[in-house]
Ligand binder design. Structure first.
Ligand code: GUN
Length: 281
């Protein structure tokens, strides 16, 4: 069993990005810029946003942080996002989710132009992924692909099973694996015989948000297991995989924390650089 070290890989990527953002600056005389918008005081979101801003600093990306109060109006948030959309110094815009309940998230996200949509959440970018066209892909599934690639794990011809069908992880993950020539099955809460389907997977991606959902009987001997889950149980972070019992059966597995999580931010920074480079062509 090989442990896939996402923390180390993400640090390597940030160092590579630093070189690339320096080259961008030398060539165009301006910095790569990412705007991060946080509305309200959700503690988990505050941690994520702080880490994203720190990631920018380490990768040589200029961050524009905008913190709005929890009672900010729909109009105020939309006006902010529209002003960032029109700002040439801003190459990527990220609105941290979830937004407070009184806000219409869909309408706010619609203010982000597809070419600054570093999260890859827009219909245009998800559609481009489905059509295998150039676009921006959601950071977490992109991070999974990068971990597989850097671990030397082939995807072509493999049987891949994705548990979870969210717009942010499950769906784009399945499309990426399909585009890489895997045979892909997507399982979810209404899937009968879920355990037997998972047990056939060469590559199993768990993105359901239920602690230790994937047990040893659901995993084939020698499978690659990617755990996207981040669940807090008794103050401790645990994944969607029962790591202790599953790990011995696998050829490769990602831990939680230190697996997929750090890759999400690394891919956000990478997406920002790519958006900046596209803006210059
Ligand atoms: N909230 C949880 N994950 C994410 C993410 O990847 N992007 C944004 N914008 N919000 C999130």
């Amino acid at each position: 069993m090989t442990l896939i070290d996402g923390k180390k890989t993400a640090a390597e990527i940030r160092a590579e990005l630093r070189e690339e953002t320096m080259r961008f600056e030398a060539r165009y005389g301006k910095k790569v810029g990412l705007a991060v918008v946080l509305v309200g005081e959700d503690p988990a979101s505050q941690v994520y946003v702080r880490n994203k801003i720190r990631g920018c600093e380490e990768a040589g990306i200029r961050s524009f942080a905008h913190f709005l109060p929890a009672d900010a109006s729909q109009k105020a948030v939309e006006e902010l996002v529209c002003s960032l959309a029109a700002d040439d110094a801003v190459h990527g815009i990220l609105v941290q989710l979830p937004l407070p309940a009184h806000l219409d998230a869909k309408r706010i996200l619609a203010c982000i132009p597809a070419d600054k949509d570093v999260d890859g959440f827009s219909a245009e970018n998800l559609g481009r992924l489905a059509l295998q066209e150039e676009g921006t892909v959601a950071c977490t599934p992109l991070g999974v692909m990068e971990l597989l690639r850097r671990s030397g794990i082939g995807i072509c011809g493999k049987r891949a099973v994705v548990i979870g069908r969210s717009n942010i992880v499950g769906r784009p993950m399945a499309l990426l694996l399909l585009n890489a020539d895997a045979t892909v099955t997507v399982c979810h809460s209404k899937t009968p015989d879920l355990a037997q389907i998972c047990a056939q997977a060469d590559i199993l991606v768990a993105a359901i948000g239920r602690p230790r959902f994937v047990t040893a009987d659901m995993v084939k001997e020698g499978a690659v297991v990617i755990d996207v889950g981040i669940n807090r149980v008794d103050g401790k972070l645990v994944g969607d995989v029962d790591f202790e019992h599953v790990a011995p059966k696998t050829s490769f597995i990602t831990p939680v924390p230190g697996g997929v999580g750090p890759m999400t931010i690394a891919m956000l920074l990478k997406n920002t650089l790519v958006c900046a480079e596209r803006a210059m062509r």
